[in-house]
Design a protein around this ligand. Sequence first.
Ligand SMILES: NC(=O)c1ccc[n+]([C@@H]2O[C@H](COP(=O)([O-])OP(=O)(O)OC[C@H]3O[C@@H](n4cnc5c(N)ncnc54)[C@H](OP(=O)(O)O)[C@@H]3O)[C@@H](O)[C@H]2O)c1
Length: 331
Amino acid sequence: MTEIRWGILATGGIAHAFTRDLLTAGLQPAAVGSRRLESAQAFADEYGIPRAYGSYEQLVADPDIDIVYVASPHSHHHEHAILALEAGKHVLIEKAVTLDAAEAIAIRDAAQARGLLAMEAMWTRYLPHMRRIHELIDEGVIGEVRTVIADHTQKITSDPDHRLNALELGGGALLDLGIYPVSFAVDILGPATEVRARGRLGETGADTENAIALTHASGAVSSLAVSSRSAGPNVAHVIGTEARIDIDRVWYTPTSFRVTSPDGTVIEEYTSEVEGRGMQFQALYAEALIRAGRTDSDLLPFDESIAIMRTLDDIRGQLGVAYPDRTAGEH
Ligand SMILES: NC(=O)c1ccc[n+]([C@@H]2O[C@H](COP(=O)([O-])OP(=O)(O)OC[C@H]3O[C@@H](n4cnc5c(N)ncnc54)[C@H](OP(=O)(O)O)[C@@H]3O)[C@@H](O)[C@H]2O)c1
């Protein structure tokens, strides 16, 4: 397989950002699908994409695409990922990978049954500064990692109709923003073994602020703050017995960090030089997996995405957030 051809499913905000980054990296968006043909055509015209479809069904049926990037709201990821897998396409699925763990398990099983790649588009994992942080931890530079602290706090909108506040679209700060620090804590410390969460719900019943405390298998702990109504520092810290890593704002995008020993000596300063928004690294990684005939990511195995969804289900139950047709935290 020479060039891998991407199908873009949906034409919302993140579909634009991702397509720009595909082009930045010289990758090939080959087709786009939308619920409305005019929207698909306008998107295709903007980025020079050869084929535009007025339904997702037509998109996934295109024989000349290899992988579908699912960029619909998380309430629809399960349906759209299964649609693409059943059409024989690999899938890169926006975060949160689904609404809950049960839906994520169904996607994993559908992908495995067909020998196709399923990967959550948690792009932060694939960024160069995150890979360097892993090297430093693996080399023992910061000693035993005992604590992770991170916030994802943005002042977005209180509009009840916006996806973020609409429960029927999986609205809430947790699945949109909270997944970043939860996924990061799991990336550094392993799956959560104990989950404690307190939060605040907005006018629609979707959560707007969360304070999350996790214990991880090694006994290490993480402390995470999430808000969709107020902008905080958006920094993260990985704290070990021999040194700490302070990741600058905005920690989940390409950024800089410092490694500092307990006496204040700076051991390493890292600066990111990344073109575009940084979403291309996950796409390049997915392409490498497909070329190698692999169906799962080493950096975020699908079972880890499922474990993260279980943790989010637990948090949602503790917050009392219930999506239509589901009880709080049901999974
Ligand atoms: N990685 C990141 O940095 C990042 C940032 C923001 C969002 N996201 C994730 O990306 C996903 C989409 O977010 P977004 O901000 O792009 O949302 P958005 O701007 O609202 O776009 C969502 C798109 O999904 C499609 N869609 C299908 N069914 C829909 C329905 N029932 N209601 C509304 N839209 C529907 C629509 O495309 P058509 O009209 O073309 O069919 C719509 O434009 C979410 O899961 C979100 O968590 C990721």
